[in-house]
Design a protein around this ligand. Structure first.
Ligand SMILES: N[C@@H](CCC(=O)N[C@@H](CS(=O)(=O)O)C(=O)NCC(=O)O)C(=O)O
Length: 221
């Protein structure tokens, strides 16, 4: 399998962590999705990465399959590479699973707002909308407060004491803040969240997927 990914992408990082935790080998195809050189439109009409490209026969598929939208890629991996042969990233308990997916909704939503904020910041100063930025940062602030409230102090994992999607998604958004919005004070505002994230960052799947910035050469906005 191949994963089209980008070095700062929190969404791609969730999938990379999931693949690593399941021990599924996957070739990483790193690119800049904002540049015209991107391969994403070839596989995804929404032109977004991550895209998981599954060769014929790799997962019981006759034809090549392209899977996209990070939360769906994770669901797809859970369905195709599930327990007990592979470690589960979602609980078999319905309510635990739904709680974890709700956490992913909020974490991904914070990332969505941060991406909008990132590009608004690329506009010339006098063209940036203060109202639009304030609206995005309200979502980030409210989302981070909600996530921090889900971390019981001293708990290593967010849902039912087992590592899974909620931890992956929360780790990804905090890593994205660090790489793109280092000035955002989530660690000082939420010390229990910070120590929870430090615990997750000690996992090999997190350590080998630390995000880094990338250079966007095309004019995007
Ligand atoms: N909801 C999508 C969001 C993915 C996304 O926005 N990816 C960005 C790259 S990054 O922000 O994650 O680095 C992208 O490809 N954007 C290209 C575009 O929106 O045209 C997911 O969860 O996969």
């Amino acid at each position: 399998m191949k994963l089209i990914s980008a070095t700062p992408s929190p969404y791609a990082r969730k999938v990379r962590i999931c693949l690593a935790e399941k021990g599924i080998p996957c070739e990483l195809v790193t690119e800049v999705p904002w540049n015209s050189t991107t391969q994403t439109p070839k596989y995804n009409p929404l032109e977004k990465l991550p895209v998981l490209i599954v060769a014929p026969g790799e997962a019981g598929n006759d034809e090549e399959v392209a899977v996209y939208e990070s939360h769906f890629i994770i669901d797809w991996l859970e369905a195709k590479f599930g327990a007990p042969k592979y470690p589960a990233m979602l609980s078999s308990d319905l309510d635990e699973r739904l709680t974890a997916q709700q956490v992913q909704v909020v974490a991904d939503g914070i990332c969505d707002a941060l991406v909008i904020r990132f590009f608004e910041r690329m506009r010339p100063e006098d063209e940036q909308s203060k109202e639009w930025v304030a609206r995005q940062m309200r979502k980030v602030d409210g989302g981070m407060k909600w996530l921090a409230g889900k971390v019981a102090s001293g708990e290593r994992y967010m849902v039912a004491g087992r590592f899974g999607v909620a931890d992956i998604a929360t780790g990804a958004v905090c890593g994205y803040l660090d790489v793109r919005f280092a000035e955002y004070p989530w660690r000082t505002t939420y010390p229990a969240l910070a120590s929870y994230i430090d615990g997750l960052n000690a996992r090999q799947s997190f350590a080998e997927t630390i995000p880094s910035p990338q250079k966007i050469t095309d004019k995007v906005v």
